[in-house]
Design a protein. Structure first.
Length: 386
């Protein structure tokens, strides 16, 4: 039996809300064999794929949460190297460097292996940002079922976000070319990226729901690189000259598309329509100018939320009653609401100094036992940055 519920959201910034849906499994708390025995200050390690704008925001928010919660947080960038990430991961599982918990994403499908390694070392683990493939997920089960030290997972609603973006793109193309078959190409991230895989699956599923639409080809770009995206976009547009939609897997890839259109004499928002995941300033500016149809994002807050849950778990306040699988829907930005996002997601408000205004202690149920539910919503973060 599955139970999902919606956390309350603040009305002032409802367009920015990143409310959390909790999926509860059928096990009772008493059936879990792994019990938190750590002593504060808790030691937690976070592993992320590479240094990039998204991960900079992700880690900066985690660092602020760690300071507020008194957690000794170590962060490790794999610099795009899976072997290095595993070496970094192994370095905190034993000896004097052993941590109480590890947090990581499914970089190059490494999550299942990391969960098993942490379980063997009796180190609590939490999967964040990207889910495992359906096949591997079925083999692994839910957190705590087969691997008791794997206490939870949280990842963005890639499916919902990309389906909404795709539907908007198709609607725009139909309005512009009502009598024509809608021709689509796509530019996605690394073929081994969990996020890229989920986004592509959602995109394809959305396309299949429409009639008189044809997806010609989707290409992959390593490291989500704008320059490579620009080159591949130009090649695809020369191959498929009647393209109406260019779906992109991220804001950086959209940047690459817009870079690549100039030599071709094309204009996004007029000759073709594009959009993708990400709240980069360039993406928001492009939406405001009418070049990009839609964007979704803001999920870089997940690292901080996961740290709050780990803190509570290690403190004896288990979040199991709220579910061990958490889904965070992304905010959707279009021309109608883009100004609201531009005003509240400025670079000045997201500096390290300004992030110190955020009080992450207010989200902990261990610190605030009067809380009935976790108040994880993005608008509450925005309100504190003024």
């Amino acid at each position: 039996m599955s139970l999902k519920f919606l956390l309350p959201k603040c009305l002032i910034f409802s367009l920015l809300s990143f409310f959390v849906l909790f999926s509860q499994n059928t096990l009772n708390a008493s059936e879990y064999t792994a019990q938190a025995k750590a002593t504060p200050p808790y030691k937690v390690a976070m592993f992320y794929p590479r240094d990039a704008p998204f991960w900079t925001n992700f880690i900066n928010l985690m660092n602020e949460a760690a300071l507020d919660l008194g957690i000794e947080l170590q962060t490790f960038s794999a610099k795009g190297n899976r072997i290095l990430m595993k070496q970094q991961f192994m370095s905190v599982l034993e000896g004097e460097n052993k941590v109480d918990a590890v947090i990581f994403n499914n970089y190059k499908n490494s999550a299942a292996q990391f969960i098993k390694l942490a379980n063997e070392a009796k180190v609590y683990s939490f999967l964040v940002n990207s889910a495992m493939t359906a096949k591997i997920s079925n083999e692994m089960g839910l957190p705590r079922e087969k691997y008791p030290y794997w206490v939870g997972q949280m990842y963005p609603d890639e499916k919902g976000a990309n389906q909404r973006i795709t539907n908007i793109l198709i609607d725009d193309a139909r309005d512009k070319y009502p009598e024509q078959e809608v021709n689509i190409i796509g530019i996605n991230g690394p073929i081994s990226s969990g996020a890229a895989i989920m986004r592509l699956d959602a995109f394809k599923e959305a396309v299949e729901q429409h009639k008189n639409v044809k997806l010609h080809q989707v290409v992959n770009v390593e490291s989500w690189d704008e320059t490579e995206a620009s080159i591949k976009f130009q090649a695809l547009m020369k191959r498929y000259k009647q393209t109406h939609i260019v779906w992109a897997g991220s804001a950086r890839l959209v940047d690459g598309v817009l870079m690549g259109e100039k030599p071709l004499g094309l204009t996004a928002g007029n000759d073709y329509f594009t959009g993708g995941v990400g709240f980069k300033k360039s993406m928001l500016d492009a939406i405001q100018k009418g070049q990009v149809s839609a964007a979704a994002g803001g999920h870089y807050i997940e690292g901080a939320w996961s740290l709050v849950l780990i803190f509570d778990y290690l403190s004896g306040e288990d979040f199991v009653d709220h579910g061990v699988e958490l889904l965070t829907p992304m905010g959707l930005v279009t021309k109608e609401n883009v100004q609201l996002y531009i005003d509240n997601l400025t670079q000045e408000k997201w500096t390290k100094n300004n992030l110190r205004k955020i009080n992450f202690r207010q989200y902990s149920k261990n610190i605030n036992p009067e809380l009935d539910e976790y108040q994880f919503n993005f608008d509450s973060i925005i309100l504190q940055l003024y």
